[in-house]
Design a protein. Structure first.
Length: 176
């Protein structure tokens, strides 16, 4: 049986079967490690896949890794930390938006309707999964799709599909 380092060397030479072997060998243990840092299972799966995408990127880039397993867990750890920082920034942005004074309204009924709509939206956002709530918060903070992709370390297509899912879920929640 080939060692992890030998498999990674094969991956560096373009052998995708070596990637499959590394994935199969480390998926379960790495996922358990990630779950300790990222309690949401969907987000943990995203981190797991991002970690293995990093393996592919590094493999294509010809990186030299002295101990594959340690490096893989370090990549996952860094991704978890990045997610936590993004969540904290998003939470701070939402708090700042919530604290911002409302613009004066011309008619009291209109102001009441807007407050009720804002509260309904806040409740709907609170029921979103963490990965979609974070996306909402960042988008509400003014980030473009490209900036979201960079901030969350996700492909642009993933950001777009999650935005679509988020909007659909919010529409369902708001129509209840």
């Amino acid at each position: 049986m080939a060692t992890d380092d030998a498999l990674f060397e094969r991956l560096l030479r373009g052998d995708l079967e070596a990637f499959d072997a590394l994935y199969g060998r480390h998926e379960r243990q790495l996922y358990g490690f990630i779950l300790k840092h990222v309690p949401d299972r969907h987000e943990a799966e995203d981190v797991l896949h991002d970690a293995f995408l990093a393996v592919l990127r590094e493999g294509r880039g010809g990186a030299r890794v002295t101990c594959f397993r340690a490096w893989l867990f370090q990549v996952a750890r860094n991704l978890c930390r990045n997610r936590a920082r993004s969540r904290q920034r998003a939470d701070r942005a939402m708090e700042a938006v919530a604290r911002a004074p409302a613009a004066p309204q011309a008619h009291p009924d209109r102001a009441l309707e807007e407050r009720q709509a804002a509260e309904a939206l806040r409740r709907a956002v609170s029921r979103l999964p963490d990965r979609l709530a974070e996306l909402y918060q960042l988008r509400a903070g003014g980030l473009s799709y490209e900036e979201l992709a960079r901030t969350l370390a996700l492909p642009l297509g993933t950001v777009k599909s999650r935005m679509h899912e988020m909007v659909r879920r919010l529409q369902q929640e708001m129509s209840r």
